[in-house]
Design a protein. Structure first.
Length: 212
């Protein structure tokens, strides 16, 4: 199996790349700066922009599935997902791979906090999602809308805050809302979940919340 990875150079993206290689999958990665990518020797890298439909089509060529760990490098309005996800999903709808697992975030849906205690729901909604994380959350809302409007076989994992700690191997999975008091999960656990989705359609065509 060959996997096209968008955002392979990011913190989660590198974990995804390592796991694909460990599973024996070939990887194609579209990168802004392939020369600095630590895994470049083991990966088919393409230099280009994630906003360039030709570069996206070249990345998809010969791939069986797509992983995305794209996201803005800042909390400012960058519209990375708003611009890139429609291009990627459009390119996939031709002869491209039909399966995409795109890393999202809690907050992408208005029901995300439904299982939280009232005090926590108020704080996250009013002091986090609409202030400091205003633009990242807007991007995740847009990503969810794009994926759900596409005919593709998509899954959008929706974790809360990501940590760089080791995988625990056990975490809560909930298709309805962020698990009660769930506030963190490691990128390593999220990457493991995303890799597992390459060989199952259990969470096909839906978002799914992950949290310790
Ligand atoms: N941080 C959290 O706590 C948290 C929580 C829940 C969900 N998430 C979501 O998880 C995702 C990945 O997070 P992360 O921390 O692993 O990401 P990250 O380390 O910041 O990596 C972001 C990736 O997106 C790429 N990218 C950013 N801007 C780009 C641009 N203009 N053109 C091309 N590529 C661009 C980066 O490429 P370069 O290497 O070239 O910059 C990199 O590969 C994000 O979508 C984020 O919203 C994060």
């Amino acid at each position: 199996m060959r996997i096209a990875i968008f955002g392979a150079s990011g913190t989660t993206g590198q974990l995804l790349t390592e796991r694909c290689l460990a599973a024996g999958y070939g990887v194609t990665a579209l990168l802004r700066t392939p020369e600095t990518f630590p895994l470049k020797a083991s990966v088919r890298t393409l230099q280009g922009s994630i906003f360039d439909p030709t570069a996206i089509a070249d990345t998809l060529e010969g791939s069986d599935a797509v992983l995305s760990a794209l996201g803005a490098r800042s909390l400012r309005k960058e519209d990375i997902l708003e611009r890139a996800i429609p291009l990627i999903t459009a390119a996939m709808q031709g002869q491209g791979p039909q399966r995409i697992i795109a890393l999202g975030s809690a907050g992408a849906l208005p029901t995300s906090l439904d299982k939280q205690p009232a005090w926590r729901r108020w704080i996250v909604q009013h002091l986090v999602y609409t202030t400091v994380l205003k633009y990242p959350i807007a991007s995740q809302i847009a990503q969810y809308a794009t994926l759900s409007a596409s005919p593709l076989d998509w899954t959008m994992p929706m974790p809360p805050m990501l940590t760089n700690t080791p995988a625990r191997g056990t975490y809560r999975i909930d298709p309805e809302a962020l698990p009660r008091n769930g506030s963190r999960i490691s990128r390593a656990d999220v990457a493991d979940f995303m890799i597992a989705q390459l060989t199952t359609s259990q969470w096909s065509r839906r978002g799914v919340y992950l949290s310790w």
